[in-house]
Write a new protein. Structure first.
Length: 150
């Protein structure tokens, strides 16, 4: 066999080995898409600190699909502390102000400028973890109550 033919055989063997490796990677056990129940509620925690709530439809190696997605908008509200008085006068009363966290439930894609079908496709590499929520959790109860109010 000449040097050219030997080189061609080696190239073909390398190409065939690469093709076999690709096929084996695509057919590895545990790969592919995992389908979830559309009735259960899940919390998906992403790496920017936000948590999304919804029905987890599917998870693949690249994407997580969350339907009817919600999240909490958290801000502080200055509320006077009831009962305590710091100073009084004949004309006014000063009460200490204690900041309180307010959690506002937002349905993703429901504001006036950005409407969608409320389905999120989240990159898997951005997800820290997800967890199934109990039907009696306060988050699920708040979401269900907001759905009835719509």
């Amino acid at each position: 066999m000449t040097l050219g033919k030997k080189l061609a055989v080696v190239v073909l063997l390398i190409a065939a080995a690469g093709t076999a490796t690709i096929v084996l990677r695509e057919q590895k056990p545990g790969g592919g898409i995992r389908i979830f129940s559309s009735q259960s509620w899940y919390a998906v925690h992403v790496n920017d600190g936000q948590t999304y709530f919804g029905h987890l439809l599917s998870v693949s190696d690249e994407t997580l699909t969350l339907e009817d997605a919600h999240y909490f908008e958290v801000y502080e509200s200055a509320q006077p502390q009831g009962g305590a008085t710091a100073a009084t006068s004949t004309n006014f009363q000063i009460q200490p102000v204690v900041p309180q966290k307010v959690y506002n439930l937002i349905r993703r894609g429901s504001d006036d400028t950005f409407t969608s079908d409320h389905t999120m496709f989240i990159e898997r590499r951005a997800v820290l973890f997800w967890e199934k929520l109990d039907q009696n959790s306060s988050t699920v109860k708040n979401i269900e109550a907001s759905k009835k109010a719509r």
